[in-house]
Design a protein around this ligand. Structure first.
Ligand code: AHG
Ligand code: MN
Ligand code: MN
Length: 334
């Protein structure tokens, strides 16, 4: 590659055709990416800099926080709060929305993020990531909770960075999905996976099978049929993958197809679903739909849901179109 397309060049060229493009968005994205490069560096150095292990605290959702959950949250906040591009932020790791300090100007975007997704994988040296969602906001105001609780279909941009064997950024601004690889030698994300598309057909599913006894009948039916393989109604064998990092499971589906389910379950009535809509399900739904896949709760399109809380949980079925349509059909039948 002698003429590498950097992320900045890609975004500027993509925005050039838009009359409303002011350059602010490019700057904001660069700030998010700087934070993610810093996170990539911490994740990569791991125990050399003593960042692995538990922090001994709980987050708002009652989950034990890892040291890196807190460190990555702070990196995101500190790289974004001074920029003047944001009216506010929200993070998985903080109950309340994050206001912009009074000594900095406020801008016209909101950013919601999961600073370290798949954090149960960090101590066993498996893939983790950062997920972000960008919303437009009335300029210069103190945003209300309602400004944050926009439908996923209103996102201006969504992306994730996967800290795997390569550090990769996957991004959409509503014009398809593009993948970039971090070139460590020059410190830039380079366009390596233009126009990513989710294959429509697949014979691979991702679900945490240990929760099987808690699922609803339509999901039981779908997985049963997959497990019956060639001898069953589907007349083909299925493969199963579960990384337990949403970022890694979604990245696999973007590259070779598949279906991912974190469905409703009746294990704990207080938590009927696991993934959070604002900074996990919505950004991934935007990316998957832009890549030609589908994303649903089984009953409704994720991007059409009007959220009621920053940390609201939602069942997620996403991936190859034909499989997600089948799972939706099974929910309708039931
Ligand atoms: P987080 O680490 O941000 O809390 O997210 C974990 C999520 C997601 O990454 C993954 O798909 C899922 O939880 C894994 O859940 P199980 O532990 O139930 O497999
Ligand atoms: Mn997560
Ligand atoms: Mn997280």
């Amino acid at each position: 590659m002698t003429n590498k397309v950097t992320l900045t060049r890609f975004i500027i060229e993509q925005q050039r055709g838009l009359p409303e493009a002011s350059g602010t968005f490019t700057l904001l994205l660069n700030n998010i990416i700087t934070a993610c490069k810093q996170i990539a560096n911490k994740v990569n150095r791991g125990q050399l800099i003593g960042v692995l292990g538990s922090a001994g605290s709980e987050n708002v959702q009652g989950e034990i926080q890892k040291k890196l959950d807190i460190i990555t949250h702070e990196i995101m906040v500190n790289q974004l709060n001074w920029t003047g591009h944001l009216a506010g932020m929200a993070s998985e790791e903080l109950d309340d929305v994050i206001t912009i300090p009074a000594n900095y100007p406020k801008g016209k975007y909101l950013v919601l993020f999961d600073p370290l997704d798949g954090s149960s994988n960090i101590d066993v040296n498996l893939a983790v990531g950062t997920i972000f969602s960008v919303l437009r906001c009335r300029e210069g105001i103190e945003p209300t909770l309602d400004d944050f609780l926009a439908k996923g279909s209103e996102q201006a941009c969504a992306g994730f960075v996967l800290y795997g064997p390569s550090t990769m950024l996957v991004l959409t601004t509503g014009k398809g999905v593009n993948g970039f690889t971090l070139d460590q030698d020059i410190g830039e994300f380079i366009l390596t996976h233009p126009n990513m598309r989710v294959p429509e057909e697949t014979s691979e599913f991702a679900i945490n099978m240990s929760n099987q006894r808690f699922w609803e009948p339509p999901v039981q039916r779908y997985i049963d049929e997959c497990l019956q393989g060639k001898e069953g109604l589907r007349e083909k064998d299925f493969n199963m993958r579960w990384v337990a990092s949403f970022v890694a499971d979604v990245y696999r589906i973007l590259t070779r197809g598949g279906v991912f389910l974190y469905p409703l379950d009746n294990r704990d009535p207080a938590k009927p679903a696991k993934l959070r809509i604002m900074y996990e399900a919505n950004p991934m739904a935007f990316i998957i739909e832009q890549a030609g896949g589908l994303c649903s709760t089984g009953r409704e399109r994720i991007l059409d849901i009007k959220p009621t809380g920053i940390h609201q949980r939602v069942p997620v079925v996403l991936g190859s179109k034909n499989e997600v349509e089948r799972i939706i059909r099974y929910h309708q039948d039931a």
